[in-house]
Design a protein around this ligand. Structure first.
Ligand code: ZN
Ligand code: ZN
Length: 191
């Protein structure tokens, strides 16, 4: 299998686009762009369309790759169409909501460290998907409260009185708590 001229052109187009908000081009961006384009292709999504209402993507890292996934898919955390799962893995799962069809993509190839970014880009762009990516069909159960659209469940924390959206409040003896008050927060308020 060879890579078509169109696929190479798409790859460079998105690398350039992602560079604008990621700040640089790196191996993570190259691999992430390649991975995201392959997953979009297999699910039949056009990456040039700005917003896909029928697409949700789970990312498993908050490193470079995720910016590439965002740039290619048009999905975003603030649109509820990008979900961050803190696995520390270079992988992402693309889900077509209407059919449940989903693919998890990971990379199977490392590139020699001594290559320059331009050399990596050339190599990645010209390597067929099946020689550097693993695309597995998967199933994802997406809870109602995780879907885009208006919030289904709202509560007010009985301790801090802050509003808690999307079913994230935890009820103890029928009383609602936010997770920060019930389990301890990641921050401490300074006096
Ligand atoms: Zn980077
Ligand atoms: Zn609270």
């Amino acid at each position: 299998m060879t890579v078509s001229a169109k696929e190479i052109e798409d790859f460079y187009y998105f690398v350039k686009k992602i560079e604008e908000f990621h700040g640089h081009v790196c191996v993570g961006i190259a691999m992430g762009t390649k991975s995201a384009l392959a997953a979009m292709r297999v699910l039949g999504f056009d990456p040039y369309v700005k917003k896909h209402k029928d697409l949700i993507v789970y990312v498993e890292t908050d490193r470079c790759m995720t910016d590439a996934v965002q740039g290619v898919s048009g999905c975003g955390l603030g649109k509820r169409s990008l979900k961050y799962v803190d696995y520390g893995k270079f992988a992402a799962t693309f889900v077509r909501l209407s059919t449940g069809e989903a693919y998890r993509v990971t990379t199977t190839k490392d590139f020699p460290k001594e290559l320059s970014v331009d050399e990596v880009l050339k190599l990645v762009s010209e390597t067929p998907d099946e020689e550097m990516l693993l695309l597995e069909r998967v199933e994802v159960d997406i809870p109602e409260n995780d879907l885009p659209g208006s919030a289904k469940e709202r509560a007010v924390c009985s301790v801090c009185n802050e509003r808690v959206m999307d079913g994230r409040a935890v009820y103890k003896d029928g009383v609602p708590y936010c997770k920060a008050c019930l389990y301890g927060a990641y921050y401490r308020v300074k006096n």
